[in-house]
Design a protein around this ligand. Structure first.
Ligand code: ADP
Ligand code: MG
Length: 409
């Protein structure tokens, strides 16, 4: 029989102790404290954040832990249980393009705080994490946000104490990822890692960064959210992400709107007709027109599906959200064209094995899928997916059970 691999979330005290022990071993001293921040899954609302749209992520029980102690001067010394060796970065010299590899996520946050006028100096840091890397569960935001709350506390900045302050920290972590780590991502991951609430999904309005806490009660409905890490990594993912963003910007320009959020469901028909008439340098360009129509149709209908999903959650009708999840996946596969063989197989197999709904989550081209399943069906659905992957000659996927937990602290 095919076995299934599960990624367990560490108990918080255990995670903190791991980071503390790594710090003590590496730096020969005790840290000033240990902070942590969660990875996330997005229930629905994919590729909407950079279009000023809506998303509905929640914070995972899987967290990244950082043990930190301030140092004199501007030197940052870094070690991670997930990476080899000790790294050093001179904070005073940090600028876009100057820091290689994983330390850029840490130094980027310190840099962004400094850019915002906060007096952050050097520090020693040890990192350990049970958030899978590069699986679409946002280990990058978990690392940034853990560093953000650590530096906030150690420097007496006080932003982590209020939701408004956490909104500011969110923007600084996005700057760190965009400008110092060089990853052009939207703000959903950092927002939920800093502003999520246990037992709730976070309806995030990317137009103005406002949020609404939406009760997300899985156990009360005898349901579970199964995350399937397909382990697929497609090397073109970064380029495709940038291309999708460019398509959306192009469409918004042609439609004369600031972002695609301004296209409401009632305007969609007219907007698509306008785009269908788009011309390129050599006259009618039907290929470009078709692409832009698809992209806009995804973004506008996906925002509508977030609203539908939230309304069902607020009405206590969690068992009825499956159709919106399925429609989201179809739209991402057919119109936005960001799915892949592994994600499609995971989603279809989970549904056939009893999931109420399933979809890819995250940017696409690999990473993870989610399936809403009856609590008793978690193992049978996972087994069915693992068997389907094996039969298709694909790498074995990994699984985790997601519950909505608390934010960075
Ligand atoms: P995702 O956010 O989906 O997991 P990304 O490619 O955005 O994938 O971020 C993964 C990168 O973040 C890693 O390659 C590494 O550079 C950095 N990172 C995340 N977690 C850690 C960690 N525990 N230790 C060191 N670096 C980390
Ligand atoms: Mg990331």
């Amino acid at each position: 029989m095919t076995t299934t691999t599960w990624v367990a979330a560490w108990d918080r005290a255990d995670g903190a102790e791991r980071a503390r022990a790594l710090f003590a071993e590496q730096f020969g001293a005790e840290p000033a404290g240990v902070w942590s921040a969660p990875g996330r899954v997005n229930l629905i609302g994919e590729h909407t954040d950079y279009n000023g749209g809506l998303a509905l992520p929640f914070a995972l029980p899987h967290r990244t832990y950082v043990a930190v102690r301030p140092a004199t001067g501007d030197r940052i010394r870094l070690v991670s249980a997930q990476e080899a060796g000790v790294r050093e970065v001179d904070l005073a010299a940090v600028a876009p393009g100057t820091v290689d590899g994983w330390p850029s996520y840490v130094a980027g946050v310190a840099w962004a705080l400094r850019q915002a006028g906060h007096p952050v100096g050097g520090f020693d840091i040890a990192v350990d994490s049970c958030v899978p890397y590069g699986s679409g569960l946002s280990s990058s935001a978990a690392l940034e946000c853990a560093v953000a709350v650590a530096l906030d506390a150690l420097n007496g900045i006080g932003l982590a104490g209020t939701d408004a302050g956490r909104t500011t920290l969110t923007a600084l972590c996005v700057r760190a990822e965009n400008e110092i780590a060089g990853a052009n991502t939207g703000g959903m991951d950092q927002a939920v890692s800093l502003r999520g609430r246990a037992g709730h999904a976070l309806e995030l309005d990317c137009r103005d960064d406002s949020v609404r806490q939406v009760p997300f009660d899985l156990t009360g409905h005898d349901l579970a959210l199964l995350v399937i890490d397909t382990k697929a990594e497609h090397s073109h993912a970064g380029g495709e992400y940038a291309a999708r963003r460019a398509d959306c910007e192009r469409a918004a320009e042609l439609l004369e709107v600031g972002t695609l959020r301004e296209i409401g469901p009632d305007d969609l028909g007219d907007a698509l007709a306008t785009l269908a008439r788009v011309t390129g340098p050599e006259g009618a360009d039907s290929a470009l027109a078709e692409v832009l129509v698809r992209r806009v149709r995804h973004v506008v209908t996906e925002i509508g599906r977030v609203q539908e999903f939230v309304a069902l959650l607020e009405a206590g009708r969690l068992t009825e959200v499956g159709a919106a999840m399925d429609a989201s996946h179809a739209s991402l596969r057919d119109d936005y064209q960001v799915s892949c063989r592994e994600l499609d197989l995971a989603v279809e197999t989970a549904r056939d094995a009893g999931a109420l709904g399933a979809r890819m989550t995250g940017g696409g081209f690999g990473g993870s899928a989610i399936a809403l399943v009856p609590a008793a069906a978690v193992q049978p659905v996972a087994t069915a997916v693992a068997e389907a992957f094996e039969a298709a000659g694909l790498r074995a996927p990994a699984f985790l059970v997601a519950t909505a937990e608390g934010p960075a602290a």
